[in-house]
Design a protein around this ligand. Structure first.
Ligand code: FES
Ligand code: MG
Length: 570
């Protein structure tokens, strides 16, 4: 076969000379005569602490590539650290995806190993790989080890929310709260709860783009480096077999990813990421598929935020494949993995070693764990709720709206003693969708007013056009589509309106007569809450971002361009 890179390196003309000469760096002649050039798209960065160790992982990948006869080429790509990047890492996911796609296409590369970890990094890499359609395989950077404080395990993210609410409720001192800070992040790796990073690593494995068995290996575990080494070697084989994303990723792969998402109790953020990846591949995936395929899947993983344990425990208890073995009959046996073998073939040897962490199918933590898709007059394009993370008594609820026009408006007024709110109220936050914020931040799990916390109330219904952290919990209706800034009815809700939520019937309605609603205009404070960036990426983003039900990708990035570039640089 003719390697793509040979279009740069083969021949005796001036251009081939240029491409080779600058790349010699001491490598042998054979580097330019038929050896696959494998990029390592590396999201390591000191500002993405969850991915900072990926340079070490990259070294093992390189060794594997060399051993299999390829040439490894490290390609640092845009890296997004969830905890630091403002205003939300999600604003930059599509930029990271676009930059990675273009750099893979622009360079003499035959295949790529994708190194990610922190929330947005694996999604952006997979969106890029799908659009450039070169052979690609992911090595997830792995979760960190469990940190402890005063004898108790601390879960990244989830326990930040929990402890900070305890401070507000007066049951934990501020001093103790701050002391716990240095215990939470115990080692290298990404968040160890079933947040977005853990979810995306496991869902990517179910999708078939991670070598089965690798996802969830803790970052400091020697087995991660071993897996990185063999995945590097696999990447060389992928080029010979021409196993590009478009050759094996079908709707069946996404079916398995959705079953996995439910069984592990994964983050709602996976919905937008999977929709965006499917959009790049031209696979017809909709939010309704998540409900149809996932709603009846049992929750089998007892991890925070829905449960008790952390990622290190899941790995010890048998790992992701042991979970998937329990729901094998729900998987599509036709879906192939990156290795060329069906995903289900990897389940035979999987075992549960700790049934407290991974519960067998006949004793699930919850019988129905999937994400429910709600529709109605408040969300004509759909909205999501994760019933497993909600309070059962609120899943059918009618209450009066308390409306906030922006996150700033919320922060200013939530603890106003005069705010007319009780446990039956429905908090509505708008202006937080892809366009309105922009970037769709993780603010939907609004903290409760202190006066309700002091009365022992821990959950009320919350509705928002934003996202929420995968580490959060509560009766939160999120990803309301269309968002307020895109003309959705959410913009027209007024404080005091009745709202009806019925998760069983999949309804979310604003109980305002249609003719009255039609005569309402969004008030000025609402409109002022929407972003209107003047220049740069934010302007491009607001002008082109699709709604959450299309994965919040940019309209001009949907689909694939392939890897061909015919023009020379000189
Ligand atoms: Fe990086 Fe949670 S902050 S995975
Ligand atoms: Mg997050």
């Amino acid at each position: 076969m003719t390697l793509r890179s040979s279009h740069w390196y083969s021949g005796d003309d001036r251009n081939a000379y240029i491409h080779r000469a600058w790349m010699r760096r001491g490598v042998p002649d054979s580097a330019f005569t038929g050896r696959p050039q494998i990029a390592i798209a590396n999201t390591a960065s000191d500002l993405t602490p969850c991915n900072a160790h990926l340079n070490e992982v990259a070294q093992s990948v390189k060794n594997g590539i060399y051993e299999a006869g390829g040439i490894p080429l490290e390609l640092p790509v845009v890296s997004l650290g969830e905890t630091n990047v403002r205003p939300t890492a999600m604003l930059w996911r599509n930029m990271a995806a676009m930059a990675t796609e273009e750099m893979l296409r622009a360079n003499p590369i035959d295949g790529v190993v994708l190194l990610g970890g922190c929330d947005k990094t694996i999604p952006s890499l997979l969106m890029a790989a799908a659009s450039v359609d070169l052979p690609a395989v992911v090595v997830p950077g792995g979760p960190m080890l469990t940190g402890h404080f005063r004898g108790e395990a601390l879960g990244c993210g989830t326990d930040v929310w929990r402890l900070s609410e305890e401070v507000r409720a007066g049951t934990l001192s501020e001093e103790m709260f701050l002391k716990s800070e240095s215990s939470m992040i115990r080692s290298k790796g990404h968040c160890n709860t079933m947040g977005t990073a853990s979810t995306m690593a496991l869902v990517a494995e179910a999708l078939g783009v991670v070598v089965p068995g690798v996802g969830g290996t803790p970052a400091p575990d020697a087995r991660l480096l071993e897996a990185a080494h063999s995945t590097g070697a696999l990447a060389v084989a992928l080029v010979a077999e021409d196993r590009r994303p478009s050759t094996f990723l079908t709707k069946a792969n996404f079916h398995n990813a959705i079953v996995a998402l439910a069984a592990i109790g994964g983050s709602t953020n996976a919905v937008v990421h999977l929709l965006a990846i499917a959009g790049r591949l031209g696979i017809d995936l909709s939010i309704d598929d998540f409900d149809r395929i996932g709603a009846e899947v049992p929750l089998l993983v007892n991890l925070q935020p829905a449960g008790q344990y952390l990622m290190d425990d899941l790995f010890r208890a048998g790992g992701f494949l042991a979970v998937m073995r329990e729901v094998r009959d729900l998987l599509d046996p036709a879906a192939l993995t990156i290795t060329g073998r069906p995903f289900v073939e990897y389940l035979d040897d999987a075992r549960i070693w700790d049934a407290d962490v991974i519960t067998p199918r006949d004793t699930p933590l919850q019988p129905h764990a999937g994400i429910s898709v709600l529709r109605g007059s408040l969300a004509p394009g759909g909205a999501l709720i994760k019933p497993a993370a909600a309070s059962p008594h609120l899943l059918k609820h009618r209450g009066r709206a308390v409306v906030f026009d922006s996150i700033e408006d919320f922060q200013t007024r939530v603890d106003d003693p005069d705010l007319d709110i009780d446990e039956n109220s429905v908090m509505v936050l708008r202006g937080c969708g892809p366009k309105g914020y922009p970037g769709m931040p993780e603010v939907s799990n609004m903290p409760l007013p202190t006066k309700l916390l002091e009365r022992g109330i821990r959950d009320i219904v919350r509705i928002c056009d934003g996202r929420m952290s995968g580490t959060a919990y509560g009766t939160v209706v999120l990803h309301v589509t269309p968002e307020a800034a895109a003309g959705g009815p959410l913009a027209l809700v007024r404080t005091g309106d009745w709202i009806e939520l019925d998760v069983r019937d999949r309804r979310l309605d604003l109980d305002v007569p249609a003719d009255e609603l039609a005569s309402r205009m969004p008030n000025q404070a609402t409109v002022d809450g929407y972003a209107n960036p003047r220049r740069g990426w934010e302007r491009l983003y607001v002008d082109h971002v699709l709604q959450a039900d299309r994965g919040a990708d940019l309209d001009f990035l949907v689909g694939a361009s392939g890897s061909e570039v015919t023009r020379e640089s000189h």
